[in-house]
Write a protein that binds this ligand. Sequence first.
Ligand code: RP5
Length: 174
Amino acid sequence: MSEAGSPRVGVVMGSDSDWPKIKAVAAALEEFGVSFEVRVMSAHRTPEIVRRYATMAAARGLQVIIAAAGGAAHLAGVIASHTTLPVIGIPVPTNLQGGMDSLLSTVQMPGDIPVATVGVGMGGPRNAGLLAVQIMALCDEGLQKQLVAFRQKLADKITAKEEGLHARIANGCD
Ligand code: RP5
């Protein structure tokens, strides 16, 4: 169990240059009032820090780790190898076909050590935050209720969009 106020989610990235591309993860966690910490560490530049962080994560009360990296993106996989906590990988967009290198090196984990990988770019970072919330909601009724309300709001928005489109078509505006 996390102590009140201590982080429940670790958001880790290989470089500070990743942050602008992934910060939607923080917004998603904040939306649900989930406490998190943000750390920069690299599987190849600071391997010992990564090992210590992942090894201690569960004992520190973290429940999910979200790891973002670009290029030969092994950060999520290395973290997953040192902990049994669920690890969500965010492949960071790069100049190589929009981040195909990051995507494949994060998602293509060989069997036995899973990394739940979200999409590269687009909604990927936001989905990483939401997936972390969904995992924690398994044992947190408050989060579960928030998720149900969140999904209802999404559905209401789409219904409103449909009604708006029908009205525009009927008025000959579209
Ligand atoms: C990866 O190398 C990082 O995750 C980042 O996406 C990429 C480039 O890092 P910098 O050269 O900007 O520090 O390890």
